[in-house]
Design a protein around this ligand. Structure first.
Ligand code: FEO
Length: 170
């Protein structure tokens, strides 16, 4: 059975993951408006992953006898200057999300809630992967600078991102 403090923090995390999905969808919309179809596709796939993250926590709360209480999702940013600015904002967001997961794991350990800590270990690995992916894209876009031909080649490369599959519940 979930403790109240853990349940509340997990509900906050569900909101944060849905906000992430909304933010990436907003980034996809910007990319589509600017005809960066590959970047837009990558962001759509990222939005789907974030929905899976939200639902993994949602399902876990239900599975452990807790109560999911959905909260409002705040409006995401809608404007950026360049694809590089978008991916830099994405990296900053993932670093923020990593901090949230670390705090959640710290709470679960303080509460001696080993089941929740075990579930959160999946997110620890996932955040390492997400930060590394976005950091790599930022590095390449930074090297390309104003070379729009190179940026469009990158756009085509990111169009190949596969559709994500949902993770196991716990
Ligand atoms: Fe679910 Fe990208 O953090």
């Amino acid at each position: 059975m979930l403790k109240e403090s853990v349940q509340s923090a997990l509900n906050d995390q569900i909101q944060a993951e849905f906000h992430s999905a909304y933010l990436y969808l907003s980034m996809a919309a910007w990319c589509e408006a600017k005809n960066f179809d590959g970047f837009a596709h990558w962001m759509r796939m990222q939005a789907q992953e974030e929905m899976f993250h939200a639902m993994k926590v949602y399902d876990y709360v239900n599975m452990t006898g807790g109560r999911v209480l959905l909260q409002g999702v705040q409006q995401p940013d809608v404007d950026w200057d360049t694809p590089l600015a978008i991916f830099q904002a994405s990296l900053a967001h993932e670093i923020y999300m990593t901090g949230r997961i670390n705090d959640l794991l710290g709470l679960a350990m303080d509460e001696r809630d080993h089941a929740t800590a075990n579930m959160l270990q999946w997110f620890i690995g996932e955040q390492v992967e997400e930060e590394a992916n976005v950091d790599g894209i930022c590095g390449k876009l930074t090297m390309m600078g104003d070379n729009m031909h190179a940026v469009y080649m990158m756009d085509r490369e990111l169009a190949a991102r596969p559709v994500p599959t949902p993770p196991a519940v716990a």
